[in-house]
Design a binder for this molecule. Structure first.
Ligand SMILES: CC(C)(COP(=O)(O)OP(=O)(O)OC[C@H]1O[C@@H](n2cnc3c(N)ncnc32)[C@H](O)[C@@H]1OP(=O)(O)O)[C@@H](O)C(=O)NCCC(=O)NCCS
Length: 160
């Protein structure tokens, strides 16, 4: 297995990330179908990723196994200038995904190891992440690679 920094300039990587993002969003358990991210929105996310990579303090790594790009991690360093700054100076994992056929082989753990190293090199002393409370697999994964559960929240919405 190999971990590669993502570059939007590579058509192969871009198309692989598009595919992975589609699989990722399709596999999420949306409580309200209205919240689901449709495949048609993925190109906009890819464009935003390219912009954020250019702006810095944001990174994406891809995992490759047997020539297949099979997973990704998207993370950033939180700062006042970011769209939603929770903890300035902290590294944040925004999204993490491994294709079902490649799971259970330590790929996500390795992706997080790269994110940790990247964040450390840029002065972060903390790396944060989150997942839905029902996402038991992700919860066990986070606990088993050294994260500690820090908080649980309830989200609200009202119709206008
Ligand atoms: C969560 C996810 C990223 C884990 O990927 P993975 O490559 O299979 O994880 P790893 O093989 O690196 O697992 C590392 C450790 O976590 C444990 N683990 C991973 N997934 C697990 C699961 N579903 N149930 C129980 N333990 C799990 C592994 O047993 C392993 O423990 P070990 O080091 O003691 O052997 C993957 O299942 C996934 O993409 N899920 C869908 C998307 C998602 O939920 N993303 C996270 C939201 S932030």
């Amino acid at each position: 297995m190999k971990i590669l920094p993502y570059t939007p300039l590579s058509p192969i990587q871009k198309s692989a990330l598009r595919h992975l993002l589609m699989q990722y969003f399709a596999g999420l358990d949306w409580k309200d179908p209205k919240d689901a991210i449709p495949p048609s929105y993925v190109p906009k996310i890819l464009a935003r990723i390219a912009e954020m990579l250019y702006q810095g303090d944001f990174w994406v790594y891809l995992a490759r196994e047997n020539r297949a790009l099979c997973g990704f991690i998207i993370a950033q360093i939180d700062s006042e200038g970011k769209d939603w700054c929770k903890r300035p100076g902290w590294g944040f994992i925004r999204e993490l995904y491994v294709l079902p056929g490649h799971r259970g082989k330590g790929i996500a753990k390795e992706l997080v190891a790269y994110a940790k190293q990247w964040a450390r090199e840029r002065g972060c002393t903390e790396l944060a992440s989150d997942c839905e409370i029902e996402n038991e697999g992700s919860r066990v994964f986070h606990n088993s690679i050294g994260f500690q559960e820090a908080n649980t929240i309830v989200c609200f919405v009202m119709a206008l």
